[in-house]
Write a protein that binds this ligand. Structure first.
Ligand code: MSP
Length: 671
């Protein structure tokens, strides 16, 4: 049982299969913000992050690089830790699943589950996606390929990756045995999964249809934790990975002091795609081991680029190092925490990023500090006047706004509502800026009477107090600016404490710096947007059709390496919805498929498309609504006429025809 004053928070452990981008950085920064906030609240915090280093993908990656898996993950884990340093991540521990103590504890956990009959030996047959490292049942596949007799011969996972049929001896975890217990646990712990809507998703999509036993070992690769008594089996990633949350605290080792002190966790924060593993398999595992459940699993949304998930193959990745190097760490931390609404997806666009730096940071906060320091120098000889409460109604209103902000902030931060907490702080920033306009210090300074002088002194004090409170509040999110604000106000950064969150705490005779420097320089929008777009454009350019299919019109256009065009150029292209009436091979041309489509014309239209390789059973396309370029000059291919082009996307070597839903009528024009 964890001690009362402790707080244990974890990130997912990241796959070291590639460089981490700003999407992965979001989870780590969000956990860091919470860990910092809880420390400010006086909690004894344990903040864990790490790397999930086993599995087939890593084995293959190392092979491709002509190195060993261990050497490969060593390098990657080092890079990731360097990144967390750069991002000021205050984790208390970094776990690697290749750490000796972890591997030993995982073997013990497995053995216990086996001994008590929760794990049994069986045979697994399923559709396996190497890229996702996950098995799928036929009904879970996003697309299936069938042979002439209708038998399923392949398909695609929901991620779009190809799957293959794999049959092997495997150990299974009896998940089914615990389904009722789990449902009951959800019911009696309504806050266990956050946001609550994700709980319904779990119940309806996975538990109610019948919880299947989970294959927990593989024999197809070696790079994993071997089972003690049957070492040809390695423990399949999820049992290995999920256990990190307890092995990092010493569970299963001689030194389990931290486990006793910190378990159960307060929050496991994860992206929405792995909520299932954390809210179904993990609670069942813990229950079977006789351990307490974490208080909460929080599944946040994705940071999207142009509405699609950030991925290297899409060429829309932006790396945190680029942002930090060019705009500073606090700009990155502020942006990510602000851009992701609680539990929902957020969007990164270069325009939005630069405008948030310019408006929220440079204008609203930076400028407020500059003006305050300049005015205190000009009107008060650089010394912050002492606090007098509510000299007039405007002062009172500012004090009240600050009090409301502080109260709401503490609630929001306790509930992981980072974007809302920032919005709340910026209400105080805005109120303080408005306070300057309302009190017109430059007019007060022209008058020589005592009342004006007293009012002016109070205004200067209130501005400094407000900035001091703001600096304290932003600390969990922004790690560098608070000390800079304190320094310019002449305050000791030791005062950056939640206890000091009320007006009237600036020591007498505090002297501001003589000349303030902008903490967030204003940026040239066009120049910086172009710079970021170039950084986001992938180097290996896509084929035209893929680029067309991916460019979204509602978002600022990222040109994917092509020259920018004017709307008139786009208008020349007629994109239409069409349904596939028939599709079949073209004699003598292995690569081509011949489509008959209803595109709203008087008669069916024929289009040839070079996608035969990707659709071994093209009949799956019959009846589907696709998008065609309708006004492409007709041309003859292999003696057959082709009147247009069918749009598709290409991703990691897979080609997918773009499909639209039934709401679109044949012949509808896309505009
Ligand atoms: N190794 C597993 C997790 C095991 S935890 C016991 C894994 N690793 S991962 O490297 O793929 O990292 C996934 C996590 O990175 C997501 O759950 C999410 O927290 C974060 N993100 C990855 N891409 C992201 C976005 N585009 N946006 C927000 N978060 C993102 O899954």
């Amino acid at each position: 049982m964890a001690e009362n004053n402790t707080y244990y928070i974890t990130t997912p452990i990241y796959y070291p299969s590639g460089k981490l981008h700003i999407g992965n950085s979001y989870t780590t920064i969000a956990c860091d913000a919470e860990a910092r906030f809880q420390r400010l609240e006086g909690k004894d915090v344990f903040f864990l992050t790490g790397t999930d280093e086993h599995g087939l993908k890593i084995e293959q990656k190392a092979e491709a690089l002509n190195t060993t898996p261990k050497a490969y993950v060593d390098g990657m884990a080092e890079d990731i830790q360097k990144l967390w340093k750069l991002l000021d991540i205050s984790n208390d521990k970094f776990i690697r699943t290749t750490d000796d103590y972890h591997e030993k504890a995982v073997q013990k956990i497995f053995q216990q589950l086996l001994d008590q009959g929760d794990i049994y030996l069986g045979e697994y047959e399923g559709w396996y996606s190497v890229s996702d490292e996950e098995y799928f049942t036929e009904s879970q596949l996003a697309e299936v390929y069938r042979d002439q007799d209708g038998k399923v011969i392949g398909g695609k996972a929901p991620s779009g990756n190809e799957v293959e049929l794999v049959k092997e001896e495997s150990y299974f975890f009896k998940m089914s045995k615990y389904a009722d217990w789990l449902l009951d646990y959800y019911q009696t712990h309504p806050n266990f999964i956050q946001p609550a809507s994700r709980m319904n998703e779990m119940i309806n999509n996975f538990i109610k249809p019948g919880l299947e036993d989970l294959a927990v070992t593989r024999t197809g690769f070696k790079w994993g934790v071997p089972i003690l008594n049957d070492p040809k089996h390695v423990i399949y990633v999820w049992i290995d990975a999920l256990s990190n949350y307890i092995t990092a605290l010493g569970y299963g080792s001689d030194d389990d002091g931290n486990f006793k002190k910190f378990w159960p966790a307060n929050v496991h924060m994860v992206g929405k795609e792995i909520v299932r593993f954390h809210t179904i398999y993990w609670p069942i595992m813990l229950h079977a081991l006789g351990l307490e459940q974490p208080d909460q699993i929080y599944g946040h949304g994705w940071l999207l680029m142009k509405d699609s998930k950030m991925s290297k193959s899409k060429g829309n990745v932006i790396y945190p190092e680029t942002i930090v190097e060019n705009y500073g760490l606090d700009a990155l931390r502020y942006y990510l925490l602000k851009a992701m609404p609680y539990g929902n997806d957020g969007n990164f666009t270069p325009e939005d990023f630069i405008s948030k730096i310019n408006f929220d940071l440079a204008n609203d906060l930076g400028n407020l500090l500059n003006r305050t320091v300049a005015m205190i120098n000009k009107y008060e000889g650089g010394v912050i006047p002492t606090f007098q409460s509510s000299v007039n109604a405007v002062d009172k209103d500012l004090e009240d706004t600050a009090a409301t902000t502080i109260k709401n902030y503490e609630e929001l931060m306790n509930d992981l509502h980072f974007a809302d907490a920032l919005a709340e702080i910026w209400k105080l920033v805005a109120r303080t800026n408005k306070y300057i306009d309302e009190t017109t210090p430059w007019i007060l300074a022209r008058n020589d009477d005592d009342e004006s002088k007293q009012k002016l002194a109070s205004v200067m004090n209130h501005l400094a107090e407000s900035l001091r409170v703001i600096a304290i509040l932003i600390q969990p999110m922004m790690t560098q600016s608070p000390a800079k604000i304190f320094e310019q106000l002449g305050l000791d950064p030791k005062g950056l404490e939640l206890n000091n969150l009320k007006f009237g705490m600036i020591p007498a005779s505090t002297k501001v710096v003589e000349k303030g420097t902008p903490i967030f320089p204003r940026l040239d929008v066009d120049k910086e947007v172009e710079f970021l777009k170039n950084k986001m454009t992938k180097s290996d350019k896509k084929k035209g059709r893929a680029a067309m299919a991916e460019t979204s019109k509602s978002q600022p256009v990222e040109t994917d390496g092509k020259k920018e065009i004017r709307i008139e150029a786009f208008d020349k292209v007629e994109l239409r919805v069409a349904s596939v009436l028939e599709v079949g091979p073209v004699e003598g041309a292995d690569k081509l498929l011949k489509f008959k489509l209803d595109a709203g014309d008087d008669q069916p239209r024929q289009i040839l498309s070079g996608i035969a390789k990707y659709y071994p059973d093209p009949s799956v396309l019959v009846g589907k609504k696709v998008v065609i370029v309708a006004n492409l000059k007709p041309r003859k291919m292999r003696g057959e006429m082709s009147q247009g082009m069918i749009l598709s996307t290409e991703n990691d070597g897979n080609v997918n025809v773009v499909m639209v839903d039934e709401n679109h009528q044949n012949g509808d024009v896309l505009a």
